[in-house]
Design a protein around this ligand. Structure first.
Ligand SMILES: C[S@@+](CC[C@H](N)C(=O)[O-])C[C@H]1O[C@@H](n2cnc3c(N)ncnc32)[C@H](O)[C@@H]1O
Length: 242
């Protein structure tokens, strides 16, 4: 095992935004180190270098684009991309071993429709034009359980407004969490966004296309039920007579 930090730390910023992730160092296996060295130059994208955002040159084709925010070890991204070859999957993560693991898994399955971005997902989304995304997946985001940390949560009104603005009309925002209080807060926040509509009445039934990950199995074993939330971007609100 080696400790590596191949991506340079973000430059210090006078008005540093509140981040939704824990800074953490990564220990990588030899396999992950090799995957990062060999595959990053082909399949990786640094958020700092992502402008102008050009998915056609990133994937080498024009296809509906799914963004997965906080892909962790990449197992969900890879399983969903493998089952859905007509759409492209862009994962974004800050955790280097997770990025390396995703690259390794995608290579093992010979996937051509997966890329991974390193950096803050919110910065990446800001670079995207309106309507760029067919779907956004946010599975088990850090719950930040202490009240004083709620400002770090991914699902909060300004972030949701940003994410929704990059979804195409009819596109899906799919969140899942094992943290009951965060699930309720997500539902209130998503219901409160004027540009989103819940596809279900309350929480969604567990979609079969979202694979069960180790993270989810641990939550279930600890007695924490899983909540899925599936919302669609509304069409433009038409003003009668205009
Ligand atoms: C609790 S983990 C869940 C990982 C994975 N989705 C799963 O289900 O196993 C949350 C992940 O989101 C990542 N994350 C949080 N905020 C992020 C952001 N703004 N940009 C990119 N990644 C982020 C963290 O680094 C962490 O790996």
């Amino acid at each position: 095992m080696t400790t590596t930090e191949p991506f340079p730390a973000a430059a210090s910023h006078p008005a540093r935004p509140i981040r939704t992730f824990h800074p953490r160092r990564g220990r990588m296996s030899g396999r992950q180190t090799a995957a990062l060295e060999q595959l990053w130059p082909v399949y990786g994208l640094r958020v700092d270098d992502a402008a102008p955002f050009d998915p056609v040159s990133l994937f080498g084709r024009q296809a509906p684009l799914v963004l997965e925010i906080g892909s962790g070890m990449g197992d969900t991204t890879v399983a969903m991309a493998a089952a859905d070859p007509d759409r492209d999957y862009l994962a974004v993560e800050v955790h280097t071993p997770g990025i390396a693991n995703l690259l390794d898994l995608a290579q093992l399955r010979g996937l051509r429709n997966v890329r991974v971005a390193e950096g803050d997902a919110l910065d990446l989304v800001r670079l995207m034009p309106p309507d760029a995304l067919d779907a956004i997946h946010i599975f088990f985001p850090d719950p930040w359980p202490k009240s004083r940390h709620h400002k770090r949560r991914l699902i909060q009104p300004p972030h949701v407004a940003l994410l929704r603005s990059r979804l195409a009309v009819g596109g899906t925002l799919h969140c899942a969490t094992d943290w009951a209080e965060y699930a309720e807060s997500m539902r209130i926040t998503l219901d409160g966004d004027p540009g989103l509509v819940n596809r279900y009445d309350g929480y969604a039934p567990r979609p079969a296309h979202r694979p069960v990950t180790r993270f989810e199995r641990r939550a279930l074993a600890a007695g924490r039920p899983i909540a899925d939330l599936l919302y669609a971007r509304r069409g433009p609100l038409l003003t009668p007579g205009v």
